[in-house]
Design a protein around this ligand. Structure first.
Ligand code: SF4
Length: 100
């Protein structure tokens, strides 16, 4: 196998909606730091949810995250909420790894 075959190529997707994301520059609000405690997660996700509530691309974002098994907070939805809606993470950890 040639060296370049080892690189994983990102799938082509229609992600132009990301240009209008209200969360641009706010990644730390949407993705957890290592070893985040539950109370801190609740506060961080509450702030993220507030940003999402006024985002004009929320529907496209939620659909993208669900279909691509994304980690973090997307489209007004946490990982937990996507999991409960039947859109499981590819490599779940913690309590979600036992609840498929
Ligand atoms: S819905 Fe939320 S996570 Fe998605 S692009 Fe908008 S602000 Fe970002």
């Amino acid at each position: 196998m040639a060296g370049s075959d080892f690189f994983i190529k990102r799938l082509e997707t229609d992600d132009k909606w990301m240009n209008d994301a209200a969360c641009r520059g706010l990644s730390s609000m949407f993705f957890p730091p290592p070893a985040e405690r539950p109370q801190a997660r609740e506060q961080r996700e509450s702030m993220a949810r507030e940003v999402c509530s006024s985002c004009e691309v929320q529907t496209a974002c939620k659909e993208f995250a669900r279909n691509h098994h994304e980690y973090g907070f997307w489209g007004g939805e946490s990982e937990e909420q996507r999991h409960q809606a039947g859109f499981h993470l590819i490599a779940p950890i913690g309590i979600r790894s036992n609840s498929r």
